[in-house]
Design a protein around this ligand. Structure first.
Ligand code: MCA
Ligand code: AMP
Length: 622
């Protein structure tokens, strides 16, 4: 632990307790759910012990006085030393509420804000050997109802703030009613407890995230905790997370990006996670600047009360917003923020979840005086799969780098269906061969929940008997890049080697990526077709500088119900049915949608015909 952090912990946290004290220490604001190490609640034996999961073993090893979580707006801090005690308490609450202490493999859904409470809840569910199903509070009740039904959740946990939302979901037509547990708000400052790690296995502990696919309803992606650990280990090697890292966390918590990359992996490494959600560009700039707002703009965490942000991971839309709002800051802020995001302070800024446009990458590098965004490629089903390297020469424009440690990748020619072996990247005419990215290794998910057909469809057998390959649906080329892949750094040299991957797009036109959120065109079409106004509809990806892609809808109205339909009326009609980012941003009402002899719509052509005027590459305002 650095001197700065120790001092800062004392100055700001002022709740430093004895390391693993044998006594139950209390602080003025500590709350105690279970006062004794072993409590008997409703006849169940509740112990202050946890299964020996790798993430708990890692947390036990961290300096207990170092900061695990900060709530950015309130400044409240939570230390690594208090984390596992709180996890055990919440795990015990689950047992108590369920009336049994075997929840192995049960699905436990939860609605908790981006906070220490979220971290404790996630870990408590793993500690119960259950499957954590994080829900987005921004989703309408009907989408949450689907997830609860589909995952067959035994329990629904909700923070005070989201209990009304949970109750709204429980009032929908559910197949079976999950047990509602309202979680108390943690104030922080819990006593550091001596938690023992039992020699029991992980059971079926894991996480399940819902993701849109080319079928019309989202699928539950089951990620066993072994895969979560493998993903974390891979990233720790590749991106060198350390206890000195201080992440600013601005992402939603029902995706891999926000959970594995920005919570689970930092917890493994003993880094500090500072939550600041929802994303707001001005607030983020203020936070970046804070530790540098000194007379000579030198870094002074003690005087300013804020540590510098060393690690930031976001989607391209967020970088685009930061770039376009920077010009509006006053001169002092402009200068402090530029210092804050320069490479000496912001160790690593990462972009992913959608293609990073080169103008954004260049503008960020210029603004930050040399911080080159590191782009990586991931997917809910596989975690992070490909990444550029830490060496600046290995952050090549337009490339997503190499397979991460532990990940095996290959390209399968989209025309010939042959594996594109090393050295065969060009065809006989010298043209680059385009292939689907296929992946395997310990980081890959286990299955689509209760959907063996979909699982079988997305995996292919291997010829070498070393395991099945997962078909990502993303297409790419592989090419050599001069000057890249030469790092000899111990964490880099094994994997930042050889030809680099460049993503070209997706095989299916029915998957749209808007602001880093994945949207299934078929799911939106399905909801729109259930509206009385809509006779026919095609949902398409409309290119956009600001969002990557916008969701666009081409509609034929049902003349019996209406002859005119505005975008506002469409939004209103869909708002209780779909999460707001899935609702089309652009709408065209037409009399005819062209189809081929098979009745299929050529979406790539239709988007050019109908939405050409909506294509926008200049909204970044750079
Ligand atoms: C919000 N809106 C959107 C989106 N987000 N529209 C299209 N696409 C979006 N992504 C709409 C809202 O519906 C609303 O419309 C209006 O914009 C403002 O809403 P607000 O909530 O204020 O939006 P925002 O806070 O500005 O959100 C933009 C955002 C957010 C910060 C870019 O979308 C975001 O956090 N995206 C990242 C998602 C993410 O983490 N993806 C990773 C998944 P109205 O006013 O009409 O209601 S991918 C993943 O995990 C894989 C593994 C990977 O590789 O990372
Ligand atoms: P999700 O299912 O929400 O996890 O989204 C995964 C998809 O996001 C991938 O299949 C890609 O299409 C896309 N994606 C993620 N990272 C990148 C990237 N760096 N470049 C292009 N597409 C990306």
């Amino acid at each position: 632990m650095s001197l700065a952090r120790t001092r800062l912990g004392r100055t700001l946290g002022s709740r430093i307790l004895h390391l693993h004290s044998p006594f139950t220490l209390t602080t003025p604001n500590s709350r105690s759910l279970f006062n004794n190490k072993i409590s008997l609640v409703s006849g169940l034996r509740m112990a202050s012990s946890l299964p020996k999961l790798p993430v708990f073993e890692a947390i036990v090893r961290h300096d207990p006085n170092s900061t695990a979580v900060i709530h950015s707006r309130s400044g409240r801090r939570f230390q690594y030393g208090e984390l596992l005690g709180d996890v055990a308490k919440v795990r015990n609450q689950l047992y108590e509420k369920a009336g049994r202490n075997d929840l192995d493999g049960e699905r436990v859904a939860f609605l908790v804000e981006n906070s220490y409470d979220y971290v404790v809840t996630l870990l408590a569910i793993l500690a119960a050997k259950s499957i954590a199903v994080p829900l987005s509070p921004a989703f309408p009740a009907s989408e949450l109802q689907y997830i609860i039904n589909h995952s067959e959740a035994l329990m629904l946990l909700a923070s005070n703030r989201f209990t009304p939302k949970a109750q709204e979901v429980l009032q929908t037509d559910l197949d079976s009613e999950p047990i509602l547990l309202q979680l108390n708000k943690f104030q922080g400052g819990s006593a550091h407890e001596n938690i023992t790690l039992e020699k029991t296995g992980p059971g079926a502990a894991g996480m399940m995230l819902y993701t849109s696919g080319t079928t019309n309803r989202p699928k539950g992606v089951l990620i066993p905790q072994a895969a979560m650990n493998a993903q974390a280990r891979s990233l720790i090697q590749a991106w060198e997370y350390t206890p000195e890292d201080h992440l600013l966390h601005v992402l939603p918590l029902h995706h891999i990006h926000g959970t594995i990359n920005a919570i689970f992996t930092p917890l493994f490494s003993g880094s500090t996670i500072e939550f600041m959600f929802p994303f707001n560009a001005d607030a983020v700039w203020k936070r970046f600047a804070a530790p540098f707002l000194t007379p000579d703009q030198t870094y002074d965490p003690v005087k300013t009360g804020q540590e510098r942000i060393t690690f930031f991971t976001a989607v391209p839309t967020i970088y685009s917003r930061l770039l376009s709002t920077h010009k509006g800051l006053d001169p002092e802020m402009q200068s402090a923020t530029r210092t804050a995001i320069s490479p000496t302070n912001l160790r690593l800024s990462i972009s992913g979840s959608a293609a990073l446009p080169t103008p954004i990458k260049r503008a960020w590098a210029e603004l930050s005086m040399g911080n080159v965004l590191l782009e990586r490629f991931g997917m809910t089903e596989v975690g992070m799969a490909l990444s550029c390297g830490l060496d600046v020469n290995d952050r090549v424009d337009g490339s997503v780098g190499w397979p991460l440690p532990g990940v095996e990748a290959r390209l399968v020619d989209v025309d010939t269906h042959q594996v594109i072996e090393k050295g065969q990247e060009k065809d006989a005419d010298g043209r680059e061969r385009v292939g689907e990215i296929q992946l395997r290794g310990p980081t890959i998910f286990a299955e689509y929940w209760r959907n063996p057909d979909a699982t079988t469809k997305e995996f292919v057998e291997s010829k070498d008997g070393k395991g099945m390959w997962f078909k990502t649906g993303d297409v790419a080329v592989r090419r050599p890049v001069e000057g890249a892949g030469k790092s000899e750094a111990p964490t880099q040299k094994d994997w930042t080697k050889g030809d680099m991957y460049f993503i070209l797009g997706r095989k299916s036109a029915d998957i749209i990526k808007s602001g880093g959120e994945k949207v299934s065109a078929l799911e939106v079409e399905r909801e729109m077709l259930s509206l009385p106004q809509v006779a026919e509809v095609a949902v398409l990806a409309v290119p956009s500088g600001k969002w990557g892609q916008k969701v666009g809808a081409v509609v034929i109205l049902d003349k019996e119900h209406c002859t005119k339909w505005t975008p506002l009326e469409m939004r209103r009609a869909l708002k209780d049915r779909l999460a707001s980012y899935k609702i089309p941003q652009v709408l065209r009402v037409v009399d005819h949608i062209p189809r081929n002899a098979m009745g299929k719509i050529n979406k790539k052509m239709l988007v050019k015909e109908v939405f050409q005027d909506d294509f926008s590459g200049d909204e970044m305002g750079l």
